[in-house]
Design a binder for this molecule. Structure first.
Ligand code: MN3
Length: 192
């Protein structure tokens, strides 16, 4: 199965001034495109795998692929999947999800406490990776960071909200100031 680069539902400049247009354009047309192409390169060797990339990631441990290909799928399939959600999470057309807000307040004590935990996971992620809000197998909300392009689907968790803290996501505008990028990123999240 060959996948196209997932479309952005908004312009590259739609998240200005918090996320700059140049970063968005490079991130989408170069980085996300490269993850998509490299994932396709592996998947085309296994035409029998007709599940979606998300489904394949969720069954990663039992995936019938050559070990080297599996590693490529984990990294680049992960990059494909993670960025797809990341763009959706930042869509300016998103509406506040009151149910999610209520669930977060119940799970973490308050919405502010949730945001502090998520921010801490993002700031504290050593090297390249992501911060996540997920639902675990028990249906509980959890916050944590992952390295590289590791997807929460690998643990059987359903991702809800993600933040890319690879330097390519912020370096042009924020250089080494990851905390400032994260603080401004919250301003483009409309769902909570
Ligand atoms: Mn990225």
């Amino acid at each position: 199965m060959k996948y196209e680069l997932p479309k952005l539902n908004y312009g590259y400049d739609a998240l200005e001034p918090y996320i700059d247009a140049k970063t968005m354009e490079i991130h989408h047309t170069k980085h996300h495109q490269a993850y998509t192409d490299k994932m396709n390169g592996v998947l085309e060797k296994y035409p029998e795998l007709t599940q979606s990339p998300e489904e394949l990631m969720a069954m990663f441990d039992s995936l019938k692929m050559d070990e080297a290909d599996k590693k490529v799928f984990k990294n680049h399939g992960g990059g494909y999947i993670n960025h797809k959600l990341f763009w959706q999470n930042m869509d300016p057309a998103n509406q506040k999800d009151q149910q999610l807000v209520d669930d977060l307040a119940a799970a973490f004590g308050s919405l502010e406490t949730f945001k502090e935990k998520f921010t801490a996971a993002a700031v504290g992620q050593f090297g390249s990776g992501w911060a996540w809000l997920v639902r675990n197998k028990e249906g509980e909300l959890e916050v944590y960071g992952t390295s590289n392009q590791d997807s929460p689907l690998l643990k059987g968790h359903a991702p809800i909200l993600c933040l890319d803290v690879w330097e390519h996501a912020y370096y042009l505008k924020y250089q080494n100031k990851r905390p400032e990028y994260i603080e401004n990123w919250w301003k483009v999240v409309k769902m909570i």
